[in-house]
Design a protein around this ligand. Structure first.
Ligand SMILES: Nc1ncnc2c1ncn2[C@@H]1O[C@H](COP(=O)(O)OP(=O)(O)OP(=O)(O)O)[C@@H](O)[C@H]1O
Length: 298
């Protein structure tokens, strides 16, 4: 559905996004994570047409998004720094977007009601979170193929987060659309996404399927000191500490276990690799994502 192929974007002669590729399928919620300044927002802005990349291809359902602005009618970006101040009331905001998109009035009214908001309310009278709720009410009521959300749950309380997660999951369930969201919270990404891309140093450096884990942490201990022959496996990383070998391996668990059994180690342990560990491995140790432990329910 969405194909981003080798996108490069410079601002003031500085490369902000470099050779960046990703894809989102209909029926998928994809997360985009990465350290501050990696280029995530810039990439979303390129897809949304806010910025024009110098090189690369962006297509939605095979239609060019870079050079054909009308094709962008099938997508919507809820950006981090959206300026709601340009509208007087929620109704005015809705009417503005209705000029470009097909908006389901009934669905919009339902979301507003859930958030205990009314169309007549002045935007300036709303809190930061309520402004975002009004914008979400609009975005969720549009006839879209792709919804993109920057800092998805920023400024929203846990009840609203849960409601939005349910709405997004409902939206993609009939495979009529896909979602691409940026979050610094790996917990949020794990809670809602099917697939996650990691962006670092202006490009996508890793991705992981969150429905099926194909990455494992393998620990092997041999009685004699020797390097295990794991040639038939895809090794992401391997290190030796004395007689213990620690490896991160990509593949099917059964196949990994059977190769290991053939090596007859004194001790063997195979565990799925967590998203945090994988991303820590792929980035420097200074960024481990945000992992909340505050009892939020997701
Ligand atoms: N208009 C601009 N002019 C100059 N530099 C810019 C501009 N927009 C972004 N940058 C630079 O590009 C880099 C990437 O910014 P971007 O906002 O895309 O990163 P991000 O991954 O979304 O970061 P964060 O997680 O902090 O929101 C940063 O170093 C930023 O300073």
């Amino acid at each position: 559905m969405l194909i981003v192929d080798k996108i490069t974007k410079s601002i003031q002669a500085k490369e902000i996004v470099k050779d960046c590729s990703l894809s989102v399928q209909a029926g998928q919620i994809c997360g985009l994570a990465g350290p501050n300044g990696a280029g995530k927002t810039t990439l979303l802005n390129c897809i949304a047409g806010v910025l024009v990349p110098e090189a690369g291809r962006i297509e939605l359902d095979g239609k060019d998004l870079i050079h054909e602005p009308l094709n962008r009618k099938a997508l919507f970006l809820i950006s981090e720094d959206f300026d709601e101040g340009q509208f007087f009331t929620i109704r005015q905001m809705k009417e503005f977007y209705s000029m470009f998109y097909q908006l389901d009035e009934e669905e919009f009214a339902q979301h507003l009601k859930h958030f205990q908001l009314a169309e007549k309310l002045r935007i300036s009278s709303l809190s930061k979170g309520q402004k975002r709720q009004a914008l979400f009410s609009i975005a969720l009521s549009l006839d879209l193929r792709l919804l993109m959300i920057d800092e998805v749950f920023d400024g929203l309380d846990w009840n609203v987060r849960r409601y939005l997660m349910r709405c997004l999951t409902d939206k993609i369930s009939d495979e009529s659309m896909g979602v691409l969201l940026v979050s610094h919270s790996l917990k949020e990404i794990k809670g809602i996404c099917d697939h996650c891309f990691l962006m670092k140093d202006q490009t996508i450096v890793a991705q992981q399927d969150l429905l099926e884990n194909h990455l494992f942490r393998v620990q092997l201990v041999f009685l004699q000191e020797r390097k295990p022959d794991l040639k038939t496996l895809e090794i992401v990383q391997m290190e030796q500490i004395g007689k213990c070998w620690n490896a991160v391996v990509r593949g099917e668990e059964q196949a990994i276990r059977s190769v290991i059994a053939g090596l007859s180690p004194a001790l063997a342990d195979v565990q799925p690799l967590s998203l945090e560990d994988y991303f820590s491995l792929m980035t420097d140790s200074s960024w481990k994502g945000v992992e909340e432990n505050d009892g939020e329910v997701f």
